[in-house]
Design a protein around this ligand. Structure first.
Ligand SMILES: CCCCCCCCCCC/C=C/C(=O)SCCNC(=O)CCNC(=O)[C@H](O)C(C)(C)COP(=O)(O)OP(=O)(O)OC[C@H]1O[C@@H](n2cnc3c(N)ncnc32)[C@H](O)[C@@H]1OP(=O)(O)O
Length: 280
């Protein structure tokens, strides 16, 4: 259960430039939320070692953090990772392999919820991609409005490479950024792009060397909207994204997911993939 802790602290977030700004913290072990009092921007940092794989608990806390950002009327939100080389490894395979059925349902429902809140948020969002971002990790980054990434990393929807299929709302999220043809190729190949290639095709907006620079660039992006009326901006964004949001039929999607994941050949594939990750 997420219990926001609101305290005043000095911010260690953005290095010396920001170090005198007081921040409000609403944090749990898995997700840290820090709102800079000067900019009014919240930084939501995923913190689940070793690779920020998205299990039910991390998703629940992300969902609560998004509610808190909305409720606090933050100027915007930056999504980041506390880990040095991984933004998020995507969905936690252990949630889908030999699953407990009630938990599996909860897991998928919470993932849908996180996407609806993040992709459909009224406040401005940016992703500081300071590590690899495969599959569900790429989904989170793509759900934001702006992406800044460190060099020599990878990002993409690699599902077909694992013998599984990205749900249609993962596809719509990529289609909100890239031309249809590029998306079809990326999805059917299960393509993981290097930072540099992702930047070239427009999946990533900027490349920077450090996490601090990524946070600073994301802040600059969000501050572009400082003089734009908040409601008008929010409604414009939500109207632009409405078609993708409305296409998700949550019940049907859940039933399809449960059915497919429980297929013996999918279970076998997930098991083999999980083993290969362990042996790496
Ligand atoms: C035919 C129809 C079928 C339809 C089926 C429907 C199913 C719907 C599917 C929904 C869409 C799925 C979305 C997903 O997100 S699936 C997850 C995809 N993710 C990946 O492929 C990433 C896998 N991980 C990596 O590539 C690397 O770990 C990474 C580059 C992220 C980091 O590399 P690094 O070298 O730093 O770390 P390690 O690889 O050594 O990993 C450390 C430990 O973490 C474990 N691990 C890694 N990724 C995951 C994961 N996604 N889930 C669970 N655990 C993970 C890894 O095994 C290591 O564990 P140990 O230390 O115990 O060995």
């Amino acid at each position: 259960m997420f219990l926001p802790r609101i305290v005043k602290r000095m911010s260690p977030l953005l290095g010396s430039r920001m170090s005198l700004n007081a921040c409000r913290f609403a944090s749990t072990d898995l997700v840290r939320t820090e709102v800079d009092d000067k900019t009014g921007i919240a930084v939501v940092t995923m913190n689940r070692k070793p690779v920020n794989s998205l299990n039910l608990e991390l998703l629940r806390e992300l969902s609560s953090a998004l509610d808190a950002v909305e409720k606090n009327k933050s100027r915007g939100m930056i999504l980041a990772s506390s880990l040095d080389t991984v933004f998020s490894a995507g969905l936690d395979i252990t949630e889908m392999y030999k699953p407990d059925q009630a938990r599996l349902k909860d897991f998928w429902t919470t993932l849908q919820e996180v996407w609806l809140k993040l992709f459909g948020s009224g406040f401005p969002t940016a992703a500081a991609i300071n590590g690899h971002a495969p599959a569900g990790g790429c989904l989170l980054a793509m759900s934001c409005e702006y992406r800044v990434m460190r060099p020599n990393l990878t990002i993409g929807l690699n599902e077909t490479q694992l013998g599984i299929v990205a749900p249609s709302w993962f596809m719509s999220t990529m289609e909100n950024i890239l031309p249809r043809r590029e998306v079809e190729l990326a999805l059917t190949l299960g393509k993981m792009f290097s930072t540099e290639k992702a930047h070239e095709i427009g999946l990533v907006d900027e490349i920077v060397d450090t996490k601090e620079e990524a946070l600073a660039k994301c802040t600059e992006f969000i501050q572009l909207f400082a003089r734009v009326p908040r409601e008008a901006r929010a409604l414009t964004k939500q109207s632009f994204r409405r078609e993708a949001l409305q296409k998700l039929d949550r019940d049907q999607d859940l039933q399809m997911f449960i059915y497919l994941v429980n297929q013996p050949q999918v279970q076998k594939g997930l098991g083999l993939y999980f083993e290969s990750l362990k042996k790496k």
